[in-house]
Design a protein around this ligand. Sequence first.
Ligand code: 13P
Length: 261
Amino acid sequence: MRKPIVAGNWKMYKTRDEGIHFVYDVNDEVPDRNEIETIICAPAILLRCLTRRQGENLRIGAQNVHYAEEGAYTGEISPAMLASTGVTYCIIGHSERRQFNGETETDVNLKLKAALKHNIIPIVCVGETRDQMEHSDTDYILGLQVKLALKGITAEEIPNIIIAYEPIWAVGAKQSAPADLANAKCGFIRKIIAKTYNQEVANQIRILYGGSVNKTNYEELIHMENVDGALLGRASLDSDHFLTICQMTQKYLDELKEKNK
Ligand code: 13P
C-alpha cells in the first residue's frame, strides 16, 4: 500500500503572518505522518519561518530550486540553501514555471537531481495543455515529460520521487479533470515507470493528481486506484478547506485498512 499525500502549493500567496497563522491552525489537526504525508509548499521567503513552526506531522516544501550548487544566478536559490531551511520537499517543473519562467525538460531533470542530492524529495509536475489533449497527444506528452525528467535516475531513487499529474487545462480552472481520466493518466505514468524501470518501483512511486481539486471532487479522486493523493492549489490556502481534505484522506485510508483486514 502506498502512503497517501496531501500537498498544498501556495504559489505566490500568503504573507509571513498569514503563513504562520495557517501552520499554527493545522499543526495539531493534520494526520499522523506515519499514515499520510501532509505538505505545504510555500514561497521561498517563508520557508525557514515555517519549518521552525511545523508540528510533528506537517512538513514544508519549496516551489522551486536552482540546479547549480552555487554561482552567479541573481535571485535564485541553491539546493543547499533550500536544505538549510529544513524543507523536506520541493515542487519541480510546475506548469506555471514552465510557462512563465521558460523551464525546459532539461531544467526539470537537472533540478530533480539537485534536489535528490541534497535529500529533498522532488514533486515533479507533468501535464498536457488543452490543445495537446484535444489533439489526443496527452500520452505522448506525458511519456516524454516523465522520461526526460527521470533521465539518469536509478531504480533505487524512484521511490524517493513524487510525480504530480497536473493537466494544464485543469489548473486554476472551474473543474478538475474527471476522476476516471485522472486515474487513467496516473496509471499511464505508472506504466511508463514500470517499462523504464520495473513493476516493483512503479508500484512504489506516489503519483498525485493536481488541478482544481477541492473538498467536493476529492472524494472520488482519492478512491481511484492510481491516484495517491492531491497537489492542491486554491484549496490549500484556507486551513479549514485543507484540513477537510486531510480528513477525507484519513477516512479513505481507514476504510481501506478495514477492507484489507
Ligand atoms: P488549483 O488547485 O488552484 O487549480 O491549482 C493546482 C496547482 O497548480 C497545484 O500545483
